[in-house]
Design a protein around this ligand. Structure first.
Ligand SMILES: [Zn+2]
Length: 460
């Protein structure tokens, strides 16, 4: 039985850090130009299609192309009460008045929120957009991987098209960047890396993508895998090399980490290891990962995903571990699977450990669930943490937006002057209500350009 925390999952939340987050929200709104118009009351109760007068409207650029400038009029950053005009020049939010003739988009009081970052997703495995898949029973990683291979051969649509379809859908729901874990094993050769690489190129105007070569079938237990991982790294096709349960699944802790960290060291790529192991086994692997990271000076380049051994730790042990992770520059990701297994994000962040939120698998052989919608994943994070207060709901959103941005080394898209103009527009009352009600993403903006409307990519 896994070690269980004696406290409830929410008992360790820091009220102070929550309030600090809320203060930052208020500051970002104040930095923007006040607009004359009052916000129209837009609540989820009036989520029906907007009337003609209430639709977002666009007027084209009249500068003759001298400045790539757009004014998004009447937006409410983070659900601020009073709308402002958000000026974007060359993809960045500007604190200066808009150039004459700039394009104007009247947002009619919509809430503007930063687009989010999916810190852990598997686009290669997905059956999203395919006919319904009936899944077979499976109870071990080895059995699930067999189901993966069967589904891979059964799906009619090529992997690169499936990946691009899912990644495009993620953009249209408000994702600005993702870290994609892609299976690398002799069963697939490097088809997944090539396919997700192709999807990344097709969507580069709208989405930043990191690719992790993920040895889902084990590094040591499946011969031929380490050579494929090495080749993927050597050719520059990947950003990170992955790993999986070095003790519990690969049964070769030192050899497994020798291969993974050896590739990272030789080719200058990062590391992101799936660690489902619990209790003492998970801690043994995690301690070995920390030691390797320090020994090879890979601080800032290593992530551990899931990390189910962490949530049940006693307070003192958690504090000691968090300090060591922060010192080694190791970040973590969670997919908020349950109240028992979600990471204690606030406590980890207090120690300086970055934590990203992710989708994990989306409608694949592992699960019929998932939708690559990071606003929905923030909602699930709030749900498993039993969020009730506004600041708890806002913190869940910030984990999905800012946590992943820090993890991927991207600037936070916080709608302040100088930040990338990456945001989504929704109808709503306030941020906590949006996290609960999940309104339709009416517009997604990337670097000041509109890349999706009403759940569909623009120009696709
Ligand atoms: Zn995963």
């Amino acid at each position: 039985m896994p070690a269980e925390s004696t406290a409830s999952p929410t008992a360790g939340l820091s009220r102070r850090s929550m309030l600090a987050g809320a203060a930052a929200v208020a500051g970002s709104a104040a930095a923007l130009t006040a607009s004359g118009a009052e916000a129209a009351p837009l609540s989820a109760g009036t989520a029906a299609a907007p009337s003609a007068a209430d639709r977002i409207t666009e007027q084209p650029d009249r500068t003759g192309g001298h400045a790539r400038a757009t004014v998004f009029k009447n937006v409410r950053p983070y659900g601020a009460k009073h709308p402002v005009d958000l000026t974007v020049v060359d993809g960045v939010v500007s604190g200066d008045p808009a150039p004459r003739g700039a394009k104007v988009v009247d947002c009619k009081g919509r809430i503007a929120l930063p687009t989010l970052v999916d810190a852990h997703i598997h686009p290669d495995k997905t059956a999203w957009g395919e006919p319904w898949v009936t899944r077979n029973p499976a109870s071990s990683i080895a059995e699930y991987t067999e189901e993966d291979v069967k589904l891979y051969h059964a799906l009619r649509t090529p992997l690169k098209k499936r990946a691009e379809r899912l990644m495009g859908h993620a953009v249209a729901q408000g994702t600005r960047a993702m870290r994609a874990h892609v299976d690398v094993a002799p069963a697939y050769d490097l088809v997944g890396v090539e396919g997700v690489g192709s999807a990344r190129r097709a969507l580069r105007h709208a989405l930043d993508v990191e690719i992790v070569a993920f040895p889902q079938h084990g590094v040591i237990r499946t011969p031929g895998t380490k050579e494929l991982l090495e080749e993927a790294a050597r050719t520059g096709a990947i950003d990170r090399v992955g790993g999986i349960d070095p003790i519990g699944f690969d049964e070769a802790l030192e050899e497994h980490l020798d291969v993974v960290f050896g590739i990272a060291d030789r080719h200058g790529v990062g590391v992101d290891i799936h660690l489902h192991e619990r209790a003492a086994t998970g801690m043994e692997s995690l301690r070995a990962i920390i030691a390797r990271t320090r020994a090879l000076s890979l601080q800032g380049k290593v992530t551990v995903s899931h990390v189910f051994c962490v949530p049940g730790l006693p307070e003192r042990e958690l504090n000691r571990l968090a300090a060591d992770l922060a010192d080694a520059g190791i970040s973590l990701t969670t997919v908020a699977p349950s109240s028992d297994l979600v990471l204690p994000i606030d406590r980890l962040r207090e120690h300086g450990v970055e934590v990203g939120l992710g989708s994990d698998g989306v409608r694949d052989s592992w699960s019929p669930f998932g939708n690559a919608d990071m606003l929905h994943r923030s909602h699930l994070l709030a749900w498993v943490r039993d969020a009730r207060l506004d600041e708890e709901l806002e913190a869940a959103f910030r984990a999905g937006a800012d946590g992943g941005a820090r993890l991927l080394g991207l600037p936070e898209a916080d709608l302040k002057p100088g930040s990338p103009a990456d945001f989504l527009l929704v109808r709503g009352e306030c941020l906590p209500q949006v996290v609960v009600d999940l309104p339709r993403r009416e517009m997604v903006v990337r670097g000041g350009r509109i890349v999706a409307r009403d759940g569909e990519l623009v120009g696709h």
